[in-house]
Design a protein around this ligand. Structure first.
Ligand code: GTP
Ligand code: MG
Length: 156
């Protein structure tokens, strides 16, 4: 559950795009980590940077758990959409973008799996209006510094 004063970031994306891998590597690579219990969403823990606590929550990728996404999105400061570069932008990704836009939740995009595929950043900007787009590879920990910097600068 989000606590007062925290920045809540919700990681959202279709099945197997690499949300868990990304969060394991992102949270693992920075010193201070806190874990809380699982509530309505997956709790990835938080990073404390410059006294600011950024708390990451996850959402299940499987479509049948769609209702959980809605619950998880309550009180979100920023959503992070993870895309799989090897699959391109799928219909399900487009549904996620629509959901966030209908709820007026600001979002950034992380294009994952750039080791095995490619999505042109302009393709994302032509489709929607994200706060930032970062390319990377979660398993090789590429793009993670840039991603965290974008999240911090957006939430500052
Ligand atoms: N090639 C490649 N594989 C990746 C990358 N990131 C994750 N994977 C692989 O993709 C598969 C799915 O990764 P997960 O992190 O479980 O994906 P997820 O989005 O959490 O999946 P769900 O929770 O089921 O929705 C695993 O086999 C990962 O090792 C990447 O950057 N490149
Ligand atoms: Mg997962």
């Amino acid at each position: 559950m989000k606590k007062e004063g925290e920045i809540k970031v919700v990681v959202i994306g279709s099945s197997d795009v690499g949300k868990t891998t990304l969060m394991e590597n992102l949270i693992g690579r920075i010193g201070k980590v806190e874990h809380n219990g699982i509530t309505t969403a997956i709790d990835y823990g938080s990073l404390i940077i410059d006294d600011k606590k950024i708390h990451f929550f996850g959402t299940p990728g499987q479509k049948r758990f769609e209702f959980m996404r809605e619950l998880a999105l309550k009180g979100t400061n920023l959503a992070l959409i993870v895309l799989d570069a090897s699959k391109g932008i799928t219909e399900e990704d487009k549904e996620i973008i629509k959901l966030l836009e209908s709820k007026q939740i600001p979002y950034g995009v992380f294009i994952n799996k750039t080791d095995i595929g490619e999505i042109d950043i302009n393709e994302v900007y032509n489709l929607c209006n994200p706060k930032f787009v970062v390319k990377g590879c979660a398993i090789k920990k590429e793009g993670l510094n840039e991603l965290i910097n974008k999240i911090i600068s957006y939430t500052q």
